[in-house]
Write a protein that binds this ligand. Structure first.
Ligand code: 8YV
Length: 329
């Protein structure tokens, strides 16, 4: 019998072709709710399930699942209980590397877009409010010479640092919490001498732009809360291209409304697709619908990697990008 794949939402080519060439593919007509996905995984009808970020693959689902692997169409895998998967001998695959530059581009876009008030300015023009050049029309802030603080210093943070240095920003970073471990010059590589490591508290207090680049887990949930926001500079801008729940969104709305910080550029939200009450009404925000990886070539690569992961797992092999290789031991 050939491999049997369950695809919760159709992915771009060449992903579907790769799966179809390797076995039988069932694509659900609409994104499954939790119960439906749990039943399908427990049915014994599928070897591998190809999931999206919105598919919750938790411990109880994995305990009943009759599958060999979960291939997530994303680099992040906070929707999957990896520990439970490992305990049940279920492999998890993800799509690292291919979306690094695209996501860093969006981080820069949010930095520039908030600093230069691009959404407000665009709206002004479209609404007929542009009556000619004026000395003080839509004044924003510079990015060059200002401090970009990176929370985390993984692939996407580094790609963001590279871009920000090109814009003349001063770049500092704090490694992902809870670690305040010193990052050696060797690990810094091309950034040695160009970016500076600081502690989390200093990062919060010295950044003109604080950009989030840590994974979502129990240590990072609400990492940016009311207390952290209160310690940021009043002119600071918060940028989040990582995961919404890392920021307490209700506290952020309050901080933006009361001028505790100056603005926010967000590609992710705490309870997507819902926004915290009041967020959409705030002018000092740039809000994007989770499009960090949304370019045609990047989504095709993510599709290719997630299909290759799925095919390998269905064959009982280690996928090219395993999150938990130890699950196969
Ligand atoms: C995806 C992402 O768009 O890869 C990730 O972790 O957040 C985005 O690239 C999204 O996860 C699609 O499921």
């Amino acid at each position: 019998m050939g491999a049997r794949f369950l695809v919760t939402t159709a992915i771009p080519q060449p992903g579907m072709q790769l799966l179809e060439a390797a076995g039988d593919v069932t694509v659900l007509p609409e994104p499954p709710d939790y119960q439906t996905l749990a039943e399908l995984c427990a049915s014994g009808d599928f070897d591998v399930v190809l999931t999206q970020l919105r598919d919750v693959v938790d411990g109880p689902l994995l305990a009943r699942a009759q599958i060999r692997g979960v291939s997530n169409y994303a680099v992040g895998y906070n929707n999957i209980d990896v520990e439970a998967a490992t305990a049940h001998g279920i492999l998890v695959g993800n799509t690292p590397g291919v979306l690094t530059d695209a996501t860093a581009d969006i981080a820069l876009l949010l930095i520039l877009g908030t600093a230069r008030r691009v959404v407000e300015a665009d709206r002004l023009v479209r609404e007929g409010g542009f009556h000619g050049w004026e000395p003080e029309l839509m004044l924003g802030s510079d990015v060059s010479g200002r401090v970009l603080g990176l929370a985390g210093f993984g692939r996407i943070a580094r790609a963001t640092a590279r871009r920000a240095l090109g814009f003349g920003m001063e770049v500092v970073f704090a490694p992902r919490p809870p670690g305040d471990r010193p990052v050696s010059d060797e690990e810094l590589g091309e950034f040695a001498g160009g970016v500076r490591q600081v502690g989390w508290d200093e990062l919060v207090e010295c950044s003109d732009f604080l950009s989030i680049h840590v994974p979502l887990n129990e240590q990072t949930r609400h990492l940016v809360d009311a207390d952290v926001l209160a310690r940021m500079k009043p002119g600071a801008i918060l940028v989040n291209t990582a995961r919404g729940p890392i920021v307490d969104e209700a506290a952020l709305v309050e901080a933006l409304r009361t001028g505790v910080i100056a603005g926010a550029g967000l590609d992710v939200f705490e309870d997507e697709p819902r926004l915290a009450p009041g967020l959409a009404e705030l002018p000092n925000t740039v809000l994007l619908p989770h499009i960090g990886s949304a370019t045609v070539p990047v989504r095709a690569e993510m599709a290719r990697l997630s299909a290759l992961n799925a095919v390998a797992m269905a064959e009982g092999s280690l996928p090219p990008h395993p999150v938990n290789p130890e699950a196969r031991a």
